[in-house]
Design a protein around this ligand. Sequence first.
Ligand SMILES: NC(=O)CC[C@H](N)C(=O)O
Length: 705
Amino acid sequence: MEISRPKEIFGMNVLDRKTMKEVLPDEIYRKLVTAIEGGQKLDISVADFVATAMKEWAVSKGATHYTHWFLPRTETTAEKHMAFLTTDESGAPMDSFSGMELVRSEPDASSFPSGGIRSTFEARGYSTWDPSSPAFVVRSPKGATLCIPSVFISYDGTPLDMKTPLLKSIDVVRNKSMRLLKLFGNRSVRSVDVTVGGEQEYFLVDEEKARKRPDIMKCGRTLIGAPSPLEQTVEAHYFGSIHPRTLAYMEDVERDMYRMGQILKTRHNEVAPCQFEFAPDIAEGNLGCDQNHILMEIMKKMAIRHGFKLMLHEKPFAGVNGSGKHLNFSLRDSEGRNLLKPSSNQRRNIQFLTFLSAFLLGVSKHGGLLRAAIASPGNMHRLGGHEAPPAIMSVYLGDLLTQILDNIEKGLPDKMPSRSLIDLGLNRLPAVVADNSDRNRTSPIAFTGNKFEFRAVGAPQALAGPLTVLLAVWSKGIEEMTSMIEHRISEGRMDVTDAALEAIRHGAKESRAVRFEGNAYAPEWQNDAAKRGLTVANTTPEALDLYLIPENRSLFADLGIMTEREVEAYHEIRTEQYVNAMDVEMATMTAMIREGVLPAVTRQISLESEAIRSLPEELRKDMDPWNKSLKELVTLKNGLITGIENLDDLRQRANNMNLSERARIVTEEALPQMAAVRGMSDAAEQLVAGDIWPYPRYRDLLTTE
Ligand SMILES: NC(=O)CC[C@H](N)C(=O)O
């Protein structure tokens, strides 16, 4: 079979601007672009033209349906397909898609969690086209569907999705950045964009084996499973040569992504066996978030075609490297300049340091929000081990920048005579600051030369949540520093350089506590961080509660990103999601123990008792070790029975409680109970014969054949 080159298939399934320009009359195209860039509403007559063009393009790709594709607050994607096919007055079939249908649809999505914002009697939710993210076509076995990226709002206009707050936060950071850039001159800069790139880690296990494990199928992670000594040789996998079966999968994913107009820049084996990573090209913030959803969806479907089960869970296997989605982000001006890139020009470096310290300043005030943004049912198991960052939010800058900030913090006299004194290293900043990656692995947020990398995000998460928080926090810092600079200038005391240096000094000083260059895995760090006043939240509900702290809640409201009511609703949805995930895990664990592990232990016990009974008399001496292991099996069996009874009881009790009590009980009681059951099950696994043990073991799962 002839395989077409990536360049030939690139973008064929996406209705990008280039294609729009081709399929739309000039006048209409211009109006569309003005609407997109100015963020205005689209005239319905223009929308009619666009809808017709979209439909024709999609039909030419085999599409029979369209869907408003949106991101509910459950962090997944949602779609309800509508057929293009209709009949005219004479009953003849025809494809139809109007401007009204494009702009808005009413999915009647009463079942999406809204955190109490929308009651069922006013169940309607609307999805509205987001023209800044291109529509795309997804192939299905018998046709294709046109997907229209959309926002999702309730009847009264309250946002119910992840995209609306994200778009607002992008707007806020753009406006705030423009104000700051103007102070530095930059007359030709028209706008600022957010840039993102999410490095996607994942596991691929054999589907046939995965199907035999209810925990993988229902919870996305293993709830029991003894670590296998064979899997300890993990380093051999990292960046190793890729197994042909996996490579074939990766190539197919990449080609589907090319068709979507997206480039996956790197692919490689990650640290653990069967763990891998894709890293995309950087993209504009909103697009980058949508693209990551498209990537995860393609990865999932392609895995099935290749006989794999894709595991995106943050910690699918205990004791083995977990999966993150390291979120790289920066700001770029309309001239294409990266605002986090050091320069050989001193003035630009001061501008760079202003943006950098503005972020540090924001994190120093709202670090808890970043912790909340990455709090998920699964991330709790990942954070703090195996190269995943700990749960305390600190920033790693590297030696050079730390030294510069320290110098600025110490070295500036109150009244600065002139910029001539700035030999603080600013003249000598290399174009790209070396990134000391080994160290930054233990840091949740690292400056990596020309961008920040938020490493704490979990592999299955929607990028939109953490990105919204990062931008809100950054905007806050930019706002504060800009006001400082403006104030100094307007007093006539200083020019922008000196004023900015003072603002940087303020940022450096305020952020001293969150800047940490040491080993964040060291046991002392927990204590030291608490002494520095950093937020320590080890569990998901504790972390989610950080959304509700008044200064965090009001940050969103002040910036116009979410109202306080919306923040509360979001907190409720995320807490509910956690509690539900825990409930499914408890139910799955008890079922696996009851239906699989206990009968297996019984068989092993009877097999061994039988063997001992049938031993010739002379061999029945010195039976202590054997008897001991038999006794251990009996003890484990008893322990497991009690353990799952306790879990059943806990579930019952939790079901009669309100949400916050449930969150507390599943965290404080169910988690340790599940750990105890797991401990006993894993011990039993090591005493039960391979052909009796009911589930594929870690050793069987973590291998590619
Ligand atoms: N080498 C790495 O970057 C590993 C990262 C690790 N998998 C994580 O959970 O974030």
